[in-house]
Design a protein around this ligand. Structure first.
Ligand code: CA
Length: 223
């Protein structure tokens, strides 16, 4: 899951980013409104966390522009202003939820999970393919009941595959959802990580999960 955080307060932004990364989300950070809007337009985010008072362009305008451009990622507004008017404005311009500063990180996380879950077809936090299972709440992966230890990146990659079983996943899709802005498209880093992941989930099993579709990408079949 890839999240765009648009927040100009440096300390708060790095605190949120660190926390979200610990929860295995991929995070891009924009510290002004213009950059935030630009990133939201060129990338595909599963969720946008948006501050209201920003240099360059304010959060309400960003929200309005994104919705007018049919960008429908869930938007969670962060606001220091607790006035009812700001909240109403935000929701009217297409935001999905709001949170007033200061807030507890757990509260932010809970709201993010709800918005992401609302987006998913399957409301279950347990994702499955064949005998492989991934528990999104416990961050636990098992195959035939045996736990498999993955790195954060391998986990994010597997989660993306499991949310899109039986669909061909291109490298571009993987780079957009599992990597952040630091991704270098001129490397074979995706193939390397897919191989790391395959080695871990297939080791000792006859059925090999995640097939390569030559010239296109990969597929994880739920059979
Ligand atoms: Ca601000």
């Amino acid at each position: 899951m890839r999240i765009l955080l648009i927040e100009d307060e440096e300390k708060l932004a790095s605190f949120i980013r660190r926390g979200l990364r610990e929860e295995r989300y991929v995070v891009d950070l924009a510290s002004d409104g213009e950059k935030g809007l630009f990133l939201a337009e060129i990338n595909t985010y599963d969720l946008i966390v948006l501050d209201i008072i920003l240099p360059g362009k304010d959060g309400i305008s960003i929200c309005k522009e994104l919705r007018s451009k049919k960008i429908d990622s869930p938007i969670l507004i962060l606001t220091a202003r607790a006035s009812l008017k700001d909240k109403v404005d935000g929701l009217q311009q297409g935001a999905d939820d709001y949170l007033t500063k200061p807030f507890a990180f757990e509260e932010l996380l809970a709201r993010i999970r709800v918005l992401l879950r609302r987006k998913r077809i399957d409301k279950n936090s347990l994702l499955k393919a064949a005998d492989l299972e991934l528990d999104q709440l416990a961050h636990k992966v098992t195959r035939a009941g045996k736990e498999i230890i993955l790195t954060a990146k391998e986990y994010a990659l597997l989660e993306y595959f499991l949310l899109n079983t039986n669909l061909v996943i291109t490298r571009t899709m993987i780079s957009e959802h599992v990597w952040n802005e630091e991704f270098d498209s001129f490397t074979n880093v995706i193939d390397v990580y897919v191989n790391f992941l395959r080695n871990k989930i297939n080791k000792g099993f006859k059925k090999q999960l995640i097939q390569t579709i030559h010239g296109v990408g990969y597929i994880l079949k739920d059979l």
